[in-house]
Design a protein around this ligand. Structure first.
Ligand code: V47
Length: 378
């Protein structure tokens, strides 16, 4: 769809004419361009440009999947200042939990009647669980439910286990893959800039290590997702630097499936008092700039749990083509103050997508379309 002449003029007025021309001709925008877009005053005009790119790639389709979340433990040795989910081992005031392998497998299998296609599984950095806990967990889910996609474990966990069990990244990933892991979520990226990492998460994998683990996964044929946790101490330049590092790795490997900006949630964590939740304006411009800058990414996701259903829906006009899924039993955001529901039904996802003028498309974990819902009756 062509970008309206009104939006074209608004971009011109904001001094963004050259960036508009670069985007419309299908060329790559620079880091400086991305910063200009972040700083632009006319969000609607930037959104229209991002929407143009989104429609060029996906037309009217808006993707979602049928998934559930599982966090087998929230016991974690790391002390990320933004995290409300983790607990230290032995903490008594607000104790953590650790599921047995039996409990975790049981929990996943109990979702079978829901017709889900993916489990999204991440854990804390547990100080004492043996390596076999993770491989057995995967093996047993895989054996009991062969067609379920297991999207599991962040680069942060992979790094921790490599150090703890004396394995290379490739070894850890190969053993997990052989046990049943299909794809990896994008968590733990936070903000790559060392200044920010030093302040908010200085005792876990570095940015270089996060990147190296995703590079290794891609080389092993494991597709991964990518994220950016924004709306705390980072500067706009540091968001652009983060996007640059993702775009560079994607140029090299083509192994990322999607980019997901994650809006900071301030409750029950160490830095929440200093930073309110990012505004809707900030969420939409971040998604739009990501769509415009990450020209080698197929998908940009508005994770409805992080944004709320309504803002995620609105984002479908600001460069976004994916809303994540039914989710069911999310803990990380709900423990940080999210008041969105624990799950969305497929019917609600369809209604949200349709009301935004898009066509719902159920996808699998590799973004293959399982079903398009062209009409409400379908
Ligand atoms: O790594 C933690 C973030 C991530 C807070 O790959 C917080 O498809 C905001 O990565 N406020 C985990 N964010 C979630 C995640 C994810 C979610 C959905 C889909 C996918 C995917 C990945 O959540 C963490 C961290 O970056 N996080 N605490 C908080 N208080």
């Amino acid at each position: 769809m062509a970008i309206s002449s009104l939006a074209q003029r608004a971009l011109e007025r904001d001094g963004l004419g050259p960036i508009r021309d670069t985007v419309l001709s299908g060329e790559r925008i620079s880091d400086a361009d991305a910063l200009r877009l972040f700083e632009a005053t006319d969000l609607a005009a930037v959104g229209a440009l991002a929407n143009h790119v989104r429609e060029r790639r996906h037309g009217d389709l808006a993707f979602y999947n049928r998934n559930v979340h599982l966090n087998p433990t929230n016991v974690c040795v790391a002390s990320c200042k933004f995290c409300s989910f983790a607990r230290k081992e032995g903490e008594t005031a607000s104790p953590g939990y650790t599921m047995s392998v039996d409990e975790a497998v049981e929990k996943v299998l109990s979702r079978r009647p829901l017709g889900i296609t993916e489990v999204h599984m991440v854990a804390g950095l547990h100080p004492t669980l043996p390596w076999e806990y993770y491989t057995e967990l995967l093996r047993r889910i895989r054996a009991a439910w062969p067609e379920l996609t297991i999207k599991a474990f962040t680069a942060i966990e992979i790094h921790f286990w490599a150090e703890k069990y004396g394995k290379s990244y490739a070894q850890v990933l190969t053993e997990l893959r052989d046990a049943g892991l299909d794809t990896m979520p994008g968590g733990g990226a936070e903000i790559f800039a060392p200044r920010v990492r030093r302040k908010i998460c200085d005792d876990k994998a570095t940015a270089d290590q996060w990147i190296e683990i995703h590079r290794t996964a891609h080389r092993l044929g494991i597709k991964t997702n990518s994220t950016m946790l924004y709306g705390h101490i980072e500067q706009l330049e540091e968001r652009v630097d983060h996007l640059r590092r993702l775009r560079e790795l994607q140029d090299e490997t083509r192994g990322f499936q999607v980019f997901i900006p994650l809006a900071f949630h301030p409750e029950h964590n160490m830095i929440g008092k200093a930073f309110p939740k990012p505004t809707g304006y900030d969420a939409l411009r971040t998604l739009a700039v990501a769509r415009l800058y990450l020209d080698n990414f197929d998908h940009v996701k508005a994770y409805w749990v992080s944004l709320g259903e309504r803002l995620a829906q609105t984002a479908l006009a600001f460069g976004v083509d994916d809303l994540d899924g039914t989710v069911l039993e999310e803990r990380i955001y709900h423990m940080a103050g999210s008041t969105v529901p624990q799950a969305l039904s497929e019917k609600t996802l369809h209604e949200l997508i349709r009301a935004a003028g898009r066509v719902p498309a159920e996808r699998d974990s590799h973004y293959r379309i399982l079903k398009r819902f062209e009409t409400a009756a379908a």
